[in-house]
Design a protein around this ligand. Structure first.
Ligand code: HPA
Length: 270
């Protein structure tokens, strides 16, 4: 994998000559964040050697290079999910590439189902921790020490300093944010009522089908990581909504201006 990553990095460097400091992974319905970037280059995934190709509706597949304020950014417009059929090494390949393009800080966003009664549809959750319930681990197999250690410390998967900065930005902009624990499940089914109950009982606040593998791989390589989730449906027994992909996208889009502001300002100010 080391060779593949370097090959991809060399291709992108040759094409763009760009050294980003921030990597951003845009989740469902949050793709318009790229409007906040003064774009220098766009590379469709289909043109990047060794990159998987995105298949989900609502996800565009391109790496976007540009600046926000005076910070250099690479954004993934569209991510790869385990449920699409990729293995975890493919799902997390772009994070490896970002690291060797120069990224030191990774910002990840997603849409999730809420089980914390304090949340409602449209709530923004700053992820403070996660529970990995995905069936495959991205670091399984022989470890390549050039990427990072065999046994990865996960005591602070989400940077407390970045969370604290984001909270300050939210408060100044009058945006309500929560913090919470995200559980990663494989999908692609949304949870049953019994599964939502399990998510809650195990100790998570929200649940989704992404983010956890990317964050694990980011921490393997010591990227400082920040994660943010938009609650697009509530999984409590009294008012379980009929959740479908369109509703998820609609709810995520409603929160989009606030999410965009938070990420934009975090990149500018942190
Ligand atoms: N479960 C998993 N993923 C999701 C959900 C959910 O309820 N909502 C949005 N993405």
């Amino acid at each position: 994998m080391w060779v593949q990553v370097q090959e991809t990095v060399n291709y992108i460097k040759e094409k763009t000559g760009f050294t980003p400091e921030y990597g951003v992974i845009l989740g469902s319905g949050l793709g318009s964040f790229t409007d906040d970037i003064a774009i220098d280059f766009m590379l469709p995934y289909s043109e990047i050697p060794n990159f998987p190709v995105s298949t989900v509706q609502g996800h565009k597949g391109a790496l976007v290079f540009g600046t926000i304020g005076d910070k250099k950014v690479v954004a993934m417009q569209g991510r790869f999910h385990f449920y699409e059929g990729y293995d975890m090494k493919q799902v997390t390949f772009p994070v490896r590439v970002m690291k060797y393009l120069g990224v030191t800080k990774l910002i990840v966003s997603n849409a999730s189902g809420g089980v914390n009664p304090k949340y409602e549809v449209g709530s923004i959750v700053l992820i403070k921790d996660h529970i990995n319930m995905m069936p495959e681990h991205p670091l399984r197999g022989k470890n390549d020490e050039r990427f990072g250690p065999r046994f990865v410390n996960m005591s602070e998967p989400y940077s407390l300093k970045m969370i604290s900065k984001a909270k300050a930005i939210a408060s100044e902009a009058n945006i309500e944010v929560h913090d919470g624990i995200y559980m990663g499940l494989q999908g692609p089914t949304f949870e049953t009522l019994a599964e939502y109950k399990m998510v809650k009982n195990i100790g998570a606040d929200c649940v989704g089908m992404s983010t956890v593998p990317e964050v694990i791989v980011a921490r393997h390589m010591e990227l400082e990581t920040f994660g943010l989730s938009v609650i697009t449906d509530m999984g409590d027994e009294e008012n379980i909504e009929e959740v479908n992909h369109e509703e998820v996208l609609k709810a995520a889009q409603k929160a989009e201006p606030s999410v965009r502001l938070l990420i934009r300002e975090l990149i500018k100010q942190y």
